[in-house]
Design a binder for this molecule. Structure first.
Ligand code: SF4
Length: 366
């Protein structure tokens, strides 16, 4: 395993300070940032506007890649799911979701997840470790290589493996890099961080990064939510919603997004819809209702279209702003709650340093 630090652990401004601390020219941080992220170059030798001595010194101290691309699966609707392998052999998954006029990347923040939501395939894996900032941001770099030439990543959602708010030290520098104009330069409203409801860390997230907040809700009463999202026992609905209602960042233009996975006979009744409407009343919010993405690790099923229509109609009657989200990538188990990686039986193909967009290391089904 390499002894060198990974340079992608440093957001652009932190990189400047890190270089200065080592007696290196901090003002070169902007050039390095542009090479790594705007141009997608990871080979120190190719960074031609840096002096040879500096390039050698940087190569001696820092590595530039954190992840290698493993198995790539492509769904019939254009969704791409990829397994990515870290230096220590840990494997995670990322998903690219092309839509008309935009491409959303769904990133992971942990290997596995400690929260064990009962409907989620990732939760069934258990928890291995947090991802470093470099590993979080390298998902952007590796996934970008798999997109057709000219297709840009326009949106990022942290809805992959893991609970982002249990890894703020990894997440916050990665958000800085996503937002920084010399790096990925994404607008804050094109980034969404989704939490299962780690209430005490929500204010810190939004103070540090003005991104969208999404909350995986799935139930409107504590008894059911304790069962579906066990984290609810630590942060029950009253505490979660008191935290949300106190957030100064929320407004009609900047609402909190709620995810509600609809499960047949579990949380899909008219009474459930009414309880949900009462919970959301007065809070600037948008609700995404998602039919259960069925998989072998959970006993839940999606309701019939009639039941879903009845549920949504009841919400609309109560004035809740809601949409039914159509599942994407379900045929390769890339849909919400389906990321249940199984380690590749064979090592991933080598991926050259400095690889550029348009290359495809391998396309297989697991
Ligand atoms: S739904 Fe999210 S928080 Fe819950 S187990 Fe799955 S990955 Fe973890």
């Amino acid at each position: 395993m390499s002894e060198r630090e990974n340079i992608k652990n440093y957001a652009p401004d932190a990189l400047r300070a890190r270089l200065q601390k080592d007696g290196l020219p901090g003002f070169r941080a902007a050039q390095i940032t542009r090479w790594l992220y705007a141009r997608g170059v990871e080979d120190w030798d190719a960074m031609s506007d840096l002096g040879l001595d500096l390039r050698r010194e940087l190569a001696r101290r820092f590595e530039t890649r954190a992840l290698e691309t493993g198995e790539v699966q492509r769904a019939t609707d254009g969704v791409i799911k990829t397994q990515l392998r870290a230096r220590d052999g840990a494997v995670l998954e990322s998903v690219a979701i092309p839509e008309r006029g935009r491409t959303t990347l769904c990133l992971s923040t942990q290997v596995g997840c400690p929260l064990a939501c009962s409907f989620c395939a990732t939760g069934a894996l258990g928890f291995t470790r947090n991802l470093s900032s470099a590993e979080i941001i390298d998902q952007m770099c590796r996934m970008r290589e798999l997109l057709p030439a000219g297709q840009r990543i326009t949106n990022v959602v942290f809805m992959g493996m893991g609970e982002p708010l249990l890894n703020l030290p990894g997440l916050l520098p990665a958000l800085d890099t996503l937002l920084h104009p010399q790096a990925f330069g994404l607008a804050p409203r094109r980034i969404t961080v989704s939490t299962a409801g780690v209430a005490r860390r929500i204010p810190e997230l939004l103070e540090q990064a003005p991104v969208n907040l999404a909350v995986s809700l799935h139930a409107a009463n504590d008894a059911l939510r304790d069962e579906l999202v066990p984290l609810n026992r630590r942060f029950p609905l009253a505490q979660l919603f008191a935290t949300l209602r106190a957030l100064p960042q929320l407004s009609r233009r900047h609402p909190v997004f709620f995810e509600y996975t609809l499960m047949a006979g579990v949380n899909d009744s008219v009474e459930d819809a009414r309880a949900l409407a009462r919970l959301l009343a007065g809070l600037p919010s948008k609700l995404n209702v998602i039919p259960m993405n069925e998989h072998e690790d959970a006993p839940y099923r999606a309701p019939t279209p009639q039941v879903m229509d009845r549920f949504l109609a009841e919400l609309s009657r109560a004035g809740v702003v809601c949409t039914l989200r159509r599942p994407r990538g379900a045929d390769i188990e890339a849909a919400c709650g389906q990321l249940a990686l199984r380690p590749s039986p064979s090592p991933p193909p080598p991926s050259p340093a400095g690889a550029r967009q348009g290359q495809e290391p391998g396309t297989t089904r697991r």
